[in-house]
Write a new protein. Structure first.
Length: 575
């Protein structure tokens, strides 16, 4: 498109308008531009109306913080507005400066104080003061953590920390209370409630989740039925796991049989799995019969020969034994041989200790029911030729057994566990209707579903592109051509410049007379101008041009006229 020509055409069009039309169009365009500028400026300022010069300084303030902010603004003599509760607005040109100034003074204060309490050390603080500050800091940190949860708008934590005692019987366990205010239409789940209790209990020594009380802004206790909620969540999780596994096995069966049966719509499979979700763990000790020697001790003692009689004094205490051996008495000494062997062997007892924890879900029994469609072939007519009508044929026993074996292998059937698989062959109603009624409409629908539907996203954009192309060819280009033709026509039919001076003092009648005389002189027309002669000359010139352009036609026409005129005169001569 030639935008330069279009612009020039618009200029010509605007030049043809009257003064009133120009004023109306100019006023309308100016109004539209002014309105757009107003919208841009209004949006950038962020405010409108007579209060457009004010912007929010702080919002969602507590009454105490709002009072401190207002007090500081009045002290600095800064104008402010309170359009609604806990919202303060100031002039927009000083909003950021005042926000930084007031925030540097610690206003507004955060909803919770944490361990920043210990940033400044107070001279002369007692142990009691330090304990109170520590408890406040711990409560504030816990409240901040709880506020970070999505459903919680704000929270408050109170800790009861008893003094430690040396007597166990007099010991009191710590406790805590938590109050949460939730956003509208929000709710804490059972997992979040247990998480809050465990968070608080983990931050305080010797505090258990059972000693943490959680309530909402309406005073309703949360988490009293933790055990029931946990059981309900566990049951839901088990049921979801069971349904997911059954669906997975069904898809396995359908995916295996679909290529052979003729499609996924001709196979129906349902699997039921019985799980044992009980948690079990076992510990076993196994002793190795092959002993290993750990240590061995051996002691051996041996003596040969006898002791001389003179060296032996013994017997019943008395005179004989005291005076020693007497000559003449028979000696009782005999030879001596002494041996002693002692042995100790310690064996190591080999032992194996194993701890086994059962899986989360153990399959107790699995059953599967599979229904498959049969085959369809053209029905033969009386002449033995196949017709368009389809006839159902059931699968034979061999095929059913093959399908049964294939199903068992695909889902891992264990007959020792009691698993069962049942395969039956039925005539599907949808398949029979689809095979018997092959109408043009059904064929068209099948063609669309098979070849057009998969490319629907691409065809959608292609269709839009075609519409835009047709609109460009049939509307935009013709309009541009008409505009250009109008511009060329205007240039062709432009008034001739006769190079006559535009003198404002000349009379209009005199200019017309002078122009007429000039034209007559250029055409060779004087005072003896004959209008009939001019017409004859013009007509003769026109006939000459036609005769030159259409020579054969003119010759044929003249010959026909001659024959027509000479015909009646020649007939009497022939007679």
């Amino acid at each position: 498109m030639d935008f330069k020509a279009l612009f020039s055409q618009l200029v010509v069009f605007f030049g043809k308008l009257t003064q009133a039309q120009k004023v109306i169009i100019g006023a309308a365009v100016s109004g539209i531009v002014a309105f757009l500028i107003f919208l841009i400026v209004y949006t950038s300022d962020g405010a409108g109306g007579k209060d457009g010069g004010y912007q929010v300084l702080f919002d969602s303030l507590t009454p105490q913080d709002a009072a401190q902010v207002v007090q500081q603004l009045e002290k600095d003599k800064i104008p402010y507005k309170i359009p609604r509760d806990n919202v303060i607005e100031v002039p927009k040109e000083i909003v950021y400066k005042e926000r930084i100034t007031i925030a540097s003074m610690g206003i507004p204060k955060e909803g919770h104080v944490g361990f920043e309490l210990f940033d400044k050390q107070e001279f002369g603080a007692t142990d009691f003061d330090q304990e109170v500050k520590f408890r406040r800091a711990l409560e504030g940190e816990l409240a901040r953590s709880i506020d970070s949860l999505a459903p919680v708008e704000k929270s408050s934590v109170s800790l009861a920390l008893p003094k430690e005692t040396l007597f166990v019987a007099e010991a009191v366990p710590p406790s805590a209370s938590v109050m949460v205010q939730l956003f509208a239409d929000r709710k804490l789940t059972s997992k979040q409630i247990r998480g809050i209790k465990k968070l608080v209990a983990s931050a305080v020594p010797k505090l258990t989740p059972e000693n943490v009380t959680l309530i909402d802004s309406e005073g309703e206790t949360l988490g009293d039925d933790d055990e029931a909620s946990a059981m309900g969540e566990l049951s839901t999780m088990q049921q979801q796991y069971k349904s997911k596994e059954e669906k997975k096995q069904e898809e396995k069966i359908i995916n295996v049989l679909a290529p052979f049966i003729g499609g996924k719509d001709r196979v129906v499979a349902k699997v039921t799995i019985e799980y044992d979700f009980s948690e079990q763990s076992s510990t076993s000790e196994k002793f190795d019969p092959e002993n290993v020697v750990r240590s061995e001790q051996t002691s051996e003692e041996k003596r040969d020969g006898g002791t001389p009689a003179s060296a032996q004094v013994g017997g019943v205490p008395g005179a004989v034994s005291n005076i020693g051996p007497v000559q003449g008495l028979a000696s009782s000494g005999t030879g001596e041989k002494y041996e002693k062997t002692t042995g100790t062997t310690n064996y190591e007892i080999s032992k194996t200790v194993s701890t086994t924890k059962m899986e989360f879900a153990r399959i107790k029994r699995m059953t599967a029911a599979v229904a498959v469609d049969g085959k369809y072939q053209p029905k033969k007519g009386t002449d033995g030729q196949p017709t368009e009508e389809m006839e159902y044929m059931a699968l034979d026993e061999t095929q059913l057994q093959a399908i049964d074996a294939l199903v068992k292998q695909s889902i891992g059937v264990d007959e020792k566990r009691g698993d069962m698989v049942t395969v039956r062959n039925f005539e599907f109603q949808t398949s029979r209707d689809g095979s018997n009624s092959k109408t043009p409409a059904s064929k068209t629908s099948a063609f669309i579903d098979g070849y057009i539907t998969p490319f629907a996203p691409i065809l959608k954009y292609l269709f839009v592109a075609i519409i835009l192309f047709v609109a460009y060819k049939k509307m935009i280009i013709p309009f541009a051509e008409r505009m250009l033709e109008f511009s060329r026509d205007e240039e062709e039919y432009e008034k001739p410049n006769l190079e006559i001076a535009d003198d404002e003092d000349e009379d209009l009648a005199e200019k017309v007379q002078l122009m007429r005389k000039k034209v007559e002189n250029q055409l060779g027309l004087g005072e003896n101008f004959n209008e009939d002669e001019l017409k004859y000359d013009v007509l003769l010139e026109k006939v000459r041009e036609i005769a030159e352009e259409h020579t054969e036609e003119i010759a044929s026409l003249i010959q026909a006229l001659i024959e027509e005129e000479s015909g009646p005169a020649s007939e009497p001569q022939k007679r």
